[in-house]
Design a protein around this ligand. Structure first.
Ligand SMILES: Cc1cc2nc3c(=O)[nH]c(=O)nc-3n(C[C@H](O)[C@H](O)[C@H](O)COP(=O)(O)OP(=O)(O)OC[C@H]3O[C@@H](n4cnc5c(N)ncnc54)[C@H](O)[C@@H]3O)c2cc1C
Length: 286
């Protein structure tokens, strides 16, 4: 199929993109185009104007700021982040999770910020950004605001971004020293969207769990932070963490049925992936 007609502008700067977004014409940003173009081509969406930000050098940065945070601009591709030495050293879960996104061709064009702005419930990056406590820096002609990514995701393919807003960069705080991490997912075939996935980060004090973050995706409209499951193992002995977490998880999630799998299959997958990810995160604790 072909998309409905639209105009195209390669933005000259972020300010130019923001001015166009705030104009009268119905407009959409395009970065890597790996989610938006299929939607337009299949006529599941339409727009009068595409504003291209994918080439903007002022958004093409991966840097560590003075507070040791990882800052990723909106035109940085997933492949650039996946292979970046600072990311591999300080945020290995991010690099590992990106490796599960589609195929290399997708990651060479698709951006980190584009995936967060798109918020596909089966996408890896919203879950990972939540598990790593990332913060979104959002710009419009009216100013700038920062939002914890947890508050950005409000439903399937829906975010708290207003129509005139641009996600300029995403900021990942330094990760706790000695914490172990794990990212696990199940997909029917390599490169397919995941059916279910889990991102976990655990720290120990002696034999007990002193900090824990667990996010699951593919079981709800958006990536889901497992607050009750986390609370159930916090302060408890690491050797009991898997058993306690599994019984809590079974009460905490209520996956829906769809054409890809039954709710029971999704629940079983979540349980198995949770077990594996807690075990792996504990093994990686220093
Ligand atoms: C065959 C195939 C397989 C794929 N497999 C996976 C997979 O396994 N896992 C996965 O997570 N994804 C997968 N994807 C999607 C891919 O990761 C996309 O790159 C990503 O979801 C969106 O990034 P993008 O830069 O391409 O965004 P675009 O397609 O350019 O934009 C997506 C949406 O975000 C908005 N947007 C983009 N950038 C910004 C910004 N800076 N501020 C505000 N709004 C913005 C756009 O207006 C649009 O609504 C797949 C895609 C394809 C085609």
């Amino acid at each position: 199929m072909k998309p409905a007609p639209f105009d195209y502008v390669a933005a000259q700067s972020v300010d130019h993109a923001l001015t166009l977004l705030a104009g009268e014409v119905e407009a959409k940003l395009i970065a890597g185009g790996q989610s938006l173009m299929p939607l337009l081509n299949m006529r599941l969406g339409r727009t009068d104007l595409l504003i291209d930000i994918g080439h903007l050098e002022e958004l093409n940065h991966i840097r560590i700021d003075e507070e040791g945070r990882l800052v990723i601009g909106a035109s940085v591709t997933q492949a650039d982040v996946q292979n970046h030495p600072d990311v591999l050293a300080g945020w290995p879960m991010l690099a590992a999770g990106i490796g599960e996104i589609g195929h290399p061709q997708i990651r060479n064009r698709g951006t980190i910020c584009g995936s967060l702005a798109h918020n596909d419930p089966a996408a890896e990056l919203p879950a990972i950004a939540m598990a790593l406590d990332a913060v979104a820096e959002i710009h419009s002609v009216n100013g700038t605001r920062t939002v914890p990514v947890e508050d950005l995701f409000i439903g399937p393919f829906m975010t708290a971004l207003a129509e005139d807003e641009l996600l300029k960069q995403v900021v990942f705080p330094p990760q706790q020293e000695g914490a172990g991490w794990s990212f696990k997912e199940f997909a029917t075939r390599p490169g397919d969207f995941a059916t279910v996935g889990v991102a976990a980060q655990i720290a120990l004090l002696g034999e007990n769990v002193s900090d824990v973050k667990i996010v699951v995706f593919g079981v709800a409209g958006s990536a889901l932070r497992l607050d009750a499951t986390e609370a159930s193992i916090l302060g408890r002995p690491a050797e009991r963490a898997i058993d306690i977490a599994v019984s809590e998880l079974e009460m905490e999630i209520k996956p829906a049925e769809d054409i890809h799998s039954s709710h029971l299959f999704r629940k079983e997958l979540a349980v198995e992936l949770l077990k594996e990810s807690i075990a792996e995160a504990l093994e990686r604790c220093l």
